[in-house]
Structure formats: structure tokens, C-alpha cells
Design a protein around this ligand. Structure first.
Ligand code: NAP
Length: 351
């Protein structure tokens, strides 16, 4: 029996990546769409093969066959949509950034527990095949003990001068592309600049690979001089438990960013080339005493893989790879990056 999905927030991202991923994932079906505008919801529903659109959250949540919901409205509105959905017994996959405030992150995690439903956060880069290979190399001890990690997530995503935002606006169906993205310019609605557009993927992936938590952050951002206080560049040193440091950088100004992830262990080094791009292409290069290996990856869809994993967790009652707690931790670190730069001092993370 396929799992029935609903989309809350049929904007550019849902159109270009989420609805196609739900369609491609096995045993999965898009059934309903919620927008503030019923006509937009219906057009989106028709365009992506869903039953119908709604403009009322309460009515949408009653749609027959609706099991799970993807939430992709402005970040400050995630909790206000995700919590009623969980209270109605629906599983929720919330897009990044999970929420602007830690209080909202906590309330979402509590709603998931209270209702015994799954809460996942869309950190799709955990499902990139090259990053999965890095995780395997670490877990199986092939790289030895971790020494340090490094990750970049900058726009333009993976080469070229066209930004990711332009890429999905250009290629989205013009009839479905949302006309108004102005919330992204409003700090309290998006929750930050490039650290919430890109940097958070680097932070989350480093946590996923290291398999432990960050205890301290020391960072520089250009928020003090950036338009509307939304940073366009951030560099951070994350101190993981066990004394393992990681360096992450993100910027919306880097031309031809590589968006690679590198792990150094006592037995060697491995790099996921393009592991922090928006597509699922890339390669892994491993250098150890046994020599050099390069594996290419293509033909994957990390978004569909992510939805499949989430649905497996629903069926087998397991925690998704990126849970609500992971989303909350990432937001804590993100806030600490901005604070550390403002104070020009390290910031401890309360676990
Ligand atoms: N995982 C990733 O790599 C990735 C990449 C891009 C974006 N995202 C995330 O995906 C989500 C959607 O981003 P997007 O680029 O698709 O944005 P978008 O095109 O602006 O779409 C936002 C959606 O939210 C709805 N919405 C509800 N209340 C709103 C309000 N008060 N102001 C503005 N819009 C409102 C919009 O309008 P209607 O109600 O009219 O439908 C629209 O459906 C965000 O959480 C974003 O951070 C994730």
C-alpha cells in the first residue's frame, strides 16, 4: 500500500525537487496540496498528479489517504504547520531550516513524541551516494580514527556562475513557480543568510559523518556588513566531542565553489567530490597506504532515496537518518556560528 503524501507550501522547491522525489520513490504517492491560494494548490496538484488542492490546513489534514506531510513554507512557519499535522497523526518531513527559533524546534520534537509519529528533516545530502560512501569508509574503520573533517557548501552549487536559486527558478514550470520569494529577504522569516541556505548542510553532514556532537563553535561571518544582516559568507571551526575539529565554509559569493567534503583519519584521507551539491552526481577519492581509489557516482536521486528511507522508518518504526533532534542540533550550531562571529569568541553548545 503506497504512503500518501501531502505538500504544505507548493513553491519552487516543492515543484522542482519534492513532488518529483515523492513520485519517483517506491510505494509513495502525492495525494493533496495546501497553499494559501486554492487555485494555486489545484494547479500544483493537477501538475503533479495529486487528487486535489486545499487552502485550509484543517480540511487538508482530513484528506482521505493522507499519511505523511512535507512542510516547505517560510522557515518561521514550519512549526505552525508541522505541529497540527503531527497532532492529526501525520508523519512529517520538514524542510530546512527546521525552524528559526530553538523553541519551535523543541515543540516539533515534542509533538512527534507525543503523537508517536516520525519527524524527519530534509537534509538530503546525507543520502548523496558519495557521502554514504564516506560514512561507510569511516564506520568500517578504513580511514582509521578521525583526525579532522572539512566541508564546503557554497553557491553557485557545484560550479558555474548560475546560483542554485536561479537554477530552480529557471527550470521550474513557469505556471507552478511561486511568484513571490520575498520572505527570503526577511531575517525573522528565513532565520539567517547563507548559513541557513547552504552552511547548514555542511554542518549537518559533518555531524552525520563524525557520528558525534559539536561541543564548541568558533566562527567568522560577514553579517555585520551584509545587506539586512543576512550573512553572505561564513567560516567556522566546529569542535566535536573527542577532540575532533572540523572546518566548514559557506558563501553566496564564491564563483566555481567545489562543495567537496574531506575526511582525514589515521589511515588515510577520503573526499566526496561535489558531495554538497544540489544534484546527486559526484565521485569519492580515497588515499591510503594501499594506494588511490576513485569511484564515480551518477544516476542516483538522493531526494527520492531520502523519501524512501523516511517511509521505511514509518513502516519499520525506526528513527529517520535526519531526525527532529538532528534538525534542532543543527539550528543550535547555526545560531552559535552567528553569535560567535558577533562576539569574536568561541561559543559552547549546550547538549
Ligand atoms: N533542502 C533544500 O536544499 C532546500 C532548497 C530550497 C528551499 N528549501 C526550503 O524549502 C522551503 C520552501 O522554499 P522555496 O524556495 O520553495 O520557497 P517559495 O518558492 O517562496 O515557496 C514558499 C511556499 O510557502 C507558502 N507560504 C505560506 N505562507 C507564506 C508566507 N507568509 N509568505 C510566503 N510564502 C508563504 C508559499 O505560498 P502559497 O501559500 O501561496 O503557496 C509557497 O507555497 C523553505 O523551508 C526552504 O528553506 C530547501
Amino acid at each position: 500500500m503506497p504512503i500518501g503524501w501531502g505538500i504544505i507550501g507548493p513553491g519552487g522547491w516543492a515543484d522542482r525537487y519534492i513532488a518529483p522525489a515523492i513520485k519517483q520513490a517506491k510505494d509513495s504517492k502525492l495525494v493533496a496540496v495546501l497553499s494559501r491560494d486554492k487555485e494555486r494548490a489545484d494547479v500544483f496538484a493537477k501538475g503533479h498528479g495529486a487528487d486535489r488542492g486545499y487552502d485550509s490546513l484543517a480540511e487538508f489534514l482530513k484528506h482521505p489517504g493522507l499519511d505523511a506531510v512535507w512542510v516547505g513554507v517560510p522557515n518561521n512557519l514550519h512549526a505552525a504547520n508541522a505541529i497540527p499535522a503531527m497532532d492529526a497523526g501525520k508523519h512529517v518531513m520538514v524542510d530546512i531550516t527546521m525552524a528559526v527559533t530553538e523553541e519551535d524546534c523543541q515543540a516539533m520534537v515534542e509533538a512527534g513524541k507525543r503523537n508517536k509519529v516520525k519527524l524527519g528533516v530534509e537534509f538530503q545530502t546525507r543520502h548523496h551516494p558519495g557521502n554514504r560512501e564516506l560514512k561507510r569508509l569511516i564506520t568500517e574503520g578504513i580511514l582509521g580514527d578521525l583526525i579532522m573533517l572539512r566541508a564546503q557548501m557554497s553557491l553557485p552549487w557545484g560550479g558555474g556562475q548560475v546560483s542554485g536559486v536561479q537554477q530552480w527558478k529557471v527550470s521550474a514550470n513557469a505556471a507552478l513557480a511561486h511568484p513571490d520569494h520575498s520572505w527570503k529577504e526577511v531575517y525573522p522569516m528565513r532565520g539567517g543568510g547563507v548559513t541557513v541556505v547552504g552552511g547548514m548542510f555542511a554542518v549537518d553532514l559533518l555531524r552525520f559523518l563524525a557520528g558525534r556532537d559539536v561541543e564548541q563553535v568558533y566562527a567568522y561571518t560577514d553579517a555585520a556588513t551584509a545587506p539586512r544582516g543576512q550573512e553572505t559568507l561564513a567560516n567556522a571551526i566546529l569542535q566535536f566531542q573527542g577532540g575532533v575539529p572540523a572546518f566548514m565554509d559557506c558563501s553566496s559569493r564564491n564563483p566555481y565553489s567545489d562543495n567537496n567534503v574531506t575526511v582525514y583519519g589515521t589511515k588515510g584521507r577520503a573526499t566526496s567530490i561535489g558531495g554538497l551539491r544540489l544534484d546527486s552526481e559526484g565521485a569519492v577519492e580515497v588515499v591510503t597506504d594501499r594506494g588511490n581509489i576513485r569511484k564515480e557516482f551518477s544516476g542516483h536521486n538522493m531526494y527520492a532515496d531520502e523519501f524512501e528511507e523516511f517511509m521505511r522508518c514509518i513502516r519499520e518504526n525506526k528513527e529517520p537518518s535526519a531526525s527532529g533532534v538532528d534538525g534542532w542540533r543543527e539550528r543550535q550550531i547555526n545560531i552559535a556560528i552567528v553569535e560567535s562571529s558577533r562576539k569574536n569568541a568561541p561559543v559552547h553548545i549546550k547538549l
